[in-house]
Design a protein around this ligand. Sequence first.
Ligand SMILES: Nc1nc(=O)c2c([nH]1)NC[C@@H]1CN(c3ccc(C(=O)N[C@@H](CCC(=O)O)C(=O)O)cc3)CN21
Ligand SMILES: CC(C)C(=O)C(=O)O
Ligand SMILES: [Mg+2]
Length: 286
Amino acid sequence: MANGRPITTSDIRKKKEAGIPITMMTAYDFPSAKLVEEAGVDMILVGDSLGMVVLGYDSTIPVTMEDMIHHTKAVTRAAKKAFVVTDLPFLSYHGTLEEAIKNAGRLMQEGSAKAVKMEGGKELAPLVTRCVQAGIPVVGHIGLTPQSVHQLGGYKVQGRDLAQAERLLEDALALQEAGAFAIVLECVPQEVTGMIAKKLEIPVIGIGAGVTCDGQVLVFHDVVGYASQITPKFVKRYTDIGSAIREAVAGYVKDVEERRFPAPEHVFHASEDTIKQLYGEGVAHS
Ligand SMILES: Nc1nc(=O)c2c([nH]1)NC[C@@H]1CN(c3ccc(C(=O)N[C@@H](CCC(=O)O)C(=O)O)cc3)CN21
Ligand SMILES: CC(C)C(=O)C(=O)O
Ligand SMILES: [Mg+2]
């Protein structure tokens, strides 16, 4: 990995060539982006999963461009080295090409993202090409595409049969041909992932797609156990920060109720003179 300097698309491509796994994780705010970067991830994804994870919606469909820009700004203020990718939200890239390019550009100009991610296959090829022509690096996203949850009938594994697997490969190749520099492959059988990653020159970053790809991405809140509403089967939780937070806050509540907080070291004092004037000579104060 690049030491000190910011990670670039060519660093990411080189990792695939060298057979070194690419690490990606979501972050949606300043402190988590700082921690995720300090932990050494190559890429931070400001995912539209933020709608479910930090805004409490039950899908990613309500997420707006304004939401994505707001959170991307917070993340890019913290991330000095990790390569920040932001999701284009639902319907922000399905009108005219001009409208889609404008939205992708806003994530970069206003949010300072270094690339955009979009859900879909070969039908996006013209848009990917236009973005790349305009200097906007693009990450594709195929397999389980959560913005289509109501069309897919739930958050289900994709590409189980041969026809579906071949369709995924066609989509991946079309995105690569159009100029995408990487692809996220979500919730796909590992054997299908391996076939696609082998046929593509660009990195394939998997989530619920097994080990046979060039990198992995997970949702930060799932990894640290921070009150995530849903925990897909493919998640590995490394700590239970939710319990640590609940215990800490319960300790505060108890301390306040039992008058143990604030303690003397948390208290400011007025000067003796001011105290005399406030309370009068000889009047006890506390
Ligand atoms: N917290 C969180 N983590 C995520 O990874 C995530 C989100 N939210 N929100 C947006 C999408 C939705 N995702 C999901 C959600 C659920 C499953 C899930 O439960 N899948 C079933 C598989 C069902 C089948 O066999 O087809 C599972 O058991 O894992 C998968 C991906 C991934 N994304
Ligand atoms: C789960 C990843 C790939 C994503 O798209 C998101 O976090 O929105
Ligand atoms: Mg997303």
